[in-house]
Design a protein around this ligand. Structure first.
Ligand SMILES: C[S@@+](CC[C@H](N)C(=O)[O-])C[C@H]1O[C@@H](n2cnc3c(N)ncnc32)[C@H](O)[C@@H]1O
Length: 252
């Protein structure tokens, strides 16, 4: 009998948390950091929905500055096994900053994948209907299905966690770039949509967020999916050891 996917969650800074994970231990990273470009949208009032996040005691979660991309991508590179993929949810503006830095730490950039939200949203010039997901590779790994298009259609989420991504979009990434029982990691997991996608596809999941409420929300969603929970981690130091245990458990 195949056992239920397992997950472990932590509440820490993404880079600090990744530093505690063993090198070459992870099969896939898919993540969605809060970019500094969000600040610009907030300044011109196009993202007012996010000002009153019910998911945070702050009005808004902290942004992750572009100046930290190199340390972040360096850690993502280190924790990934060889021959793996890395997906970075991204807006068009941040793509130009993120791509060369990810290449500098060693990733091959393949292409942006488009998440088509199917209906127009906010915007000053052309109204926004899509977001991007940058597709990077460490070493060489074939996608599981070469017939999948580079546009993924899924309606945006209304009234959920701030900037919550549809599970269906992450399910495509997980299905394409990992195998049953492998380990997926999201260091900025928010409400845990990458985690939910992972367990729906029979993968194990390690997730982290700086916001304690996000960790609670993500944990609830993962349990509701039937995943088994390890001990929730709150210290980066612990998380490495527990990740190792979970990774070892996954290998048995
Ligand atoms: C764009 S949201 C992720 C949304 C997620 N993809 C979802 O579907 O719910 C970014 C998350 O990063 C978290 N965050 C901000 N700064 C962080 C940091 N330095 N380390 C870890 N998480 C951080 C925020 O609390 C927020 O939940």
């Amino acid at each position: 009998m195949i056992s239920a996917p397992e997950f472990r969650l932590a509440c820490s800074d993404a880079v600090t948390w990744l530093r505690a994970l063993p090198s070459g231990s992870v099969d896939l990273v898919a993540t969605d950091p809060p970019y500094e470009s969000l600040e610009k949208h907030r300044a011109i009032g196009t993202t007012t929905r996010l000002k009153h996040s019910k998911a945070s005691s702050n009005d808004w979660f902290d942004i992750f500055p572009n100046s930290r991309f190199e340390e972040l991508f360096g850690e993502v590179w280190r924790v990934l096994k060889k021959d793996t993929h890395f997906y970075l949810y991204c807006d068009a503006e941040t793509m130009f900053a993120a791509k060369p830095i990810a290449e500098k730490v060693g990733f091959k950039f393949w292409k942006p994948i488009v998440w088509d939200k199917k209906r127009i949203g906010m915007g000053y010039h052309y109204r926004a209907r899509y977001e991007l997901i940058l597709f990077f590779e460490k070493g060489k790994r074939k996608l599981n299905d070469l017939g999948i298009p580079d546009i993924i259609e899924a309606p945006r989420i209304h009234g959920g966690y701030p900037t919550e991504k549809p599970v269906e979009v992450s399910e495509v990434l997980v299905q394409q770039s990992s195998q049953l029982g492998e380990m997926v990691v999201d260091p900025f997991m928010g409400s845990g949509s990458v985690g939910v996608a992972s367990v729906r596809r029979g993968r194990n999941f390690l997730g982290n967020d700086l916001c304690a409420e996000a960790v609670t929300i993500a944990g609830g969603r993962l349990l509701a999916e039937g995943a088994r929970e390890g001990r929730t981690q709150t210290h980066a130091h612990d998380s490495g050891a527990h990740a190792e245990q979970l990774l070892l458990a996954g290998a048995e």
